[in-house]
Design a protein around this ligand. Structure first.
Ligand SMILES: *[C@@H]1O[C@H](CO)[C@@H](O)[C@H](O)[C@H]1NC(C)=O
Length: 456
């Protein structure tokens, strides 16, 4: 019954879940760094040495040797390998010296080198929705034994000793160390699916879309990111033409990448829709002041009549559809649909401006991506005005298309800076341990932005 319910629940969840909008590939670079830093953080070496120094239950003494001690646990060398469909196999090579006093009064030393191997199975925490590693199949393999014992004592006694030590004592001593390290590795992923703010405009939560998968050269984590407005409304990430997301080929073996789909970037930018409005402002100084009614007068006779003395133009822009990001290999565009209302500023200043006309506009901006302080940044410049349709007008009818050049110049000068100001908010990227997104190389591929990740 429980199973049936579980299956029903899963299919229900699958139904509401969007296509993955973000993919993460974790190469050996990240995993090595992860495990190594977990070894350091967990102070596992010191713990091992301390544990090993204590009397070990089950360690059979060697006849004629007293005061046996373990010392000098060596710095472990860790080798990781991906195991497709399972996770990571881990081999920790280390060594230690066992000392004692022989009944003849001499010092005895046995130097052993050994490998601890285990499989770190990668699963998906059902409750947390986070990737978790758990170890299984921990084994100790002897690599070499050296001793200063007289050779006639060697074979039998040492063999007996090693058998008991290796098979009874060392697994109990060393295998928990593997688990202890994984606790630290898992802890580093704890914030992976926490909501992260996009300024005051909303949050992004990188929720896993499915359990992570392991191949021979990487672990892939698919996210169904949840983009939410402050009031809690979720913006749907809608895949572009139902196309499956794919990493391009050709990244260095062992390296890690993050892919952000155009659909996901579109959902992120939907958070900005209202902020992208531009309200009427006093005409600015400098270049913008040059845009006066005079320039319109040459296209619209009634403007010439109404404003024989040129007046500065002020404008209002409203964006009335969610912005849309498109990405083709090598270029990315931000599509905006809205209205542009033009006014003639009044003299003296402080008087409300006079409405001239309204245009329905569709235009696009070229996006340039960068990463700063682990946030995705975008900056734009006008690419093209795609359509202009006339709306209300106080200056009669005119041919809107003739205004295309003027509108393009006006948007670039007056409106694009507003967009770029809003975009300064930056977008959070998944909290992946060890990765410094600021160093990532960005690639614009079909329908996606790919970050080739670098470690700190
Ligand atoms: C011990 O581990 C190292 C590193 O993974 C490997 O090269 C070596 O073959 C292993 N030795 C044994 C005896 O398993």
């Amino acid at each position: 019954m429980r199973q049936v319910l579980w299956v029903a629940l899963c299919s229900l969840l699958a139904g509401v879940q969007a296509e993955p909008g973000v993919l993460l590939r974790l190469g050996m670079d990240v995993m090595n760094h992860e495990v190594q830093s977990a070894m350091d953080e967990s102070h596992i070496l010191e713990q091992l040495a301390a544990e090993a120094g204590k009397p070990q239950p089950g360690m059979k003494p060697i006849k004629g040797i007293s005061n046996m001690k373990v010392k000098d646990v060596q710095l472990p060398v860790i080798t990781l390998k991906f195991v497709p469909g399972v996770g990571i196999s881990q081999c920790v090579s280390t060594g230690m010296t066992i000392t004692g006093k022989s009944f003849m009064g001499g010092n005895m030393e046995i130097i052993i080198v050994l490998n601890i191997t285990a499989t770190n199975r990668l699963a998906w925490g059902e409750e947390t929705g986070l990737p978790v590693f758990s170890s299984e199949g921990c084994e100790i393999t002897l690599v070499s034994v050296k001793t200063n014992l007289p050779s006639n004592m060697l074979p039998k006694m040492v063999k007996k000793f090693l058998d008991s030590t290796l098979h009874k004592v060392l697994p109990n001593l060393l295998c928990p160390a593997i688990d202890a390290v994984l606790v630290y590795v898992n802890r580093n992923w704890e914030h992976l699916n926490d909501p992260m703010p996009v300024g005051q405009l909303g949050t992004i939560r990188y929720a896993l879309a499915a359990p992570p998968t392991t191949t021979v050269s990487f672990i892939q984590v698919d996210f169904s990111p949840v983009v939410q407005q402050p009031a809690g409304k979720t913006i749907k990430v809608t895949a572009v033409d139902g196309e499956a997301l794919e990493f391009p080929e050709g990244y260095a073996e062992g390296s890690s990448q993050l892919l952000l789909s155009a659909a996901f970037l579109t959902a992120e930018l939907a958070l900005l829709q209202e902020s992208l409005a531009m309200n009427i402002r006093e005409p600015m100084v400098g270049e913008l002041l040059l845009q006066t009614t005079e320039i319109l007068a040459s296209f619209i006779p009634k403007v010439a009549e109404a404003y024989p003395k040129p007046r500065p133009i002020v404008a209002q822009v409203k964006i009335n559809k969610p912005p849309k990001v498109t990405i083709k290999a090598g270029s990315s565009l931000l599509h905006l649909h809205g209205t542009l209302e033009l006014f003639a500023a009044q003299r003296p200043r402080g008087q409300p401006p006079t409405f001239l006309f309204l245009l329905e506009i569709h235009f696009n901006l070229r996006i340039q991506y960068s990463v700063h302080e682990n946030q995705l940044q975008m900056a734009t410049s006008l690419n093209r005005v795609l359509s202009l349709t006339g709306g209300a007008s106080s200056v009669g009818n005119f041919n809107e298309e003739e205004l295309t050049g003027f509108v393009a110049d006006y948007l670039q000068a007056a409106y694009v800076p507003v967009v770029n100001d809003v975009l300064l908010v930056g977008f959070p990227l998944p909290d992946v341990p060890a990765v410094n997104y600021d160093l990532a190389e960005l690639d614009i591929v079909e329908n996606a932005l790919v970050l080739d990740l670098k470690l700190d």
